[in-house]
Design a protein around this ligand. Structure first.
Ligand SMILES: NC(=O)c1ccc[n+]([C@@H]2O[C@H](COP(=O)([O-])OP(=O)(O)OC[C@H]3O[C@@H](n4cnc5c(N)ncnc54)[C@H](OP(=O)(O)O)[C@@H]3O)[C@@H](O)[C@H]2O)c1
Length: 294
């Protein structure tokens, strides 16, 4: 029988541990702080920022929500980032993506203090991930996928993991993370993307198949071998007149047919999504802990 991997329940368990750790830090006089910077008024970005702020507050993390107008210039934003870098009450900084066109996102990421880069996109943190240096920050979605697998007692060590997608946000860091010589790593990782040949034959050889391509229900039963574990990172809107909102959210995996073959599978929503925000909170607590260790 297929096992449904419940991301919400696993995220709740992460929060139990984080609450304990936050209380310990507070007893030492340190309140973890997270600053989330939103430039412009993209509705999806606004909603992500709201959830991050709400979750920080629920956990007792000091939350700074900086909302800047869409006309903000590169130098204004760099100035704000530098202020947050200097602010000792802020341990984690995140600039919500995507920013407006006039902003050079790469330059903003490079301006972050890497010790506060809780999104894990600063080159220093990317290098640490590649070097198996666990003091760095790993991007939240890959970290959430790894945690889901560990908490679900799925053996990563020695497994053939196929990652579908090679973005810098999900696919590439996930591949690096799962092949690290550390706990939760040691997988044999294959990455496939839009230029891969024989994609279906490769995905069918996976013990663990992770889809992160942003194509609604792309992964069909034919892509999956019987008994594989399937993790669906995708979040795609598809029109649905029967739904109140006029759309529904689906993953990159055709859930109904694939769940009949998989040993375990994540749903969308309620799989990887809740873990991403839990890992942001976890990275913020790690940054606060490291701030008193150095
Ligand atoms: N659950 C969460 O918290 C969370 C977080 C982040 C993203 N997501 C979702 O995850 C999905 C992927 O996000 P992303 O930021 O990684 O996307 P992205 O930057 O657009 O990257 C997509 C990757 O998939 C590959 N790809 C696209 N179409 C393909 C095809 N037909 N066959 C094989 N490979 C294909 C692309 O290949 P090329 O490199 O060759 O172009 C690229 O490497 C999206 O649905 C996004 O909404 C969810």
């Amino acid at each position: 029988m297929t096992n449904l991997i419940d991301g919400r329940a696993i995220a709740e368990r992460v929060y139990v541990d984080l609450r304990r750790e936050i209380a310990e830090l507070k007893s030492k006089g340190v309140t973890p702080g997270l600053a989330v910077v939103l430039v412009g008024d993209d509705p999806a970005s606004r909603s992500y920022v709201r959830s991050k702020d709400k979750m920080s507050r629920e956990l007792g993390i000091h939350s700074v929500k900086l909302e800047l107008p869409a006309s903000t210039t590169q130098s204004d934003l760099l100035g704000r980032v530098e202020e947050l870098n200097r602010d000792s009450a802020v341990h984690g900084i995140l600039v919500q993506s995507p920013p407006p066109k006039q902003i050079d996102e790469g330059a903003i990421v490079c301006a972050l203090d890497p010790r506060k880069d809780v999104d894990g996109f600063h080159p220093e943190n990317v290098a640490k991930l590649a070097l198996d240096d666990t003091s760095g920050f790993v991007p939240c979605t890959p970290l959430g996928v790894q945690r889901l697998l560990i908490e679900s007692k799925i053996d990563i060590d020695g497994a053939h993991v196929v990652v579908l997608g090679r973005s810098m946000i999900v696919g590439k860091p996930l591949a690096l993370l799962l092949m690290q010589k550390t706990k939760g790593g040691n997988a044999t990782v294959t990455v496939v993307h839009s230029r891969s040949k024989n994609l279906e034959a490769i995905t069918r050889s996976a013990d663990i198949l992770i889809a992160a391509i942003g194509r609604a229900e792309f992964v069909k039963a034919g892509h999956v071998r019987d008994g594989a574990v399937v993790v669906d990172v995708g979040i795609n809107r598809v029109d649905d007149a029967a739904n109140q909102r006029g759309y529904r959210l689906v993953g990159d995996v055709a859930f109904d047919e694939v769940s009949k073959k998989a040993a375990a599978i994540t749903p969308v929503p309620g799989g990887v999504g809740p873990m991403t925000i839990a890992m942001l909170m976890s990275n913020t607590v790690k940054a606060a802990r490291q701030s008193i260790q150095t």
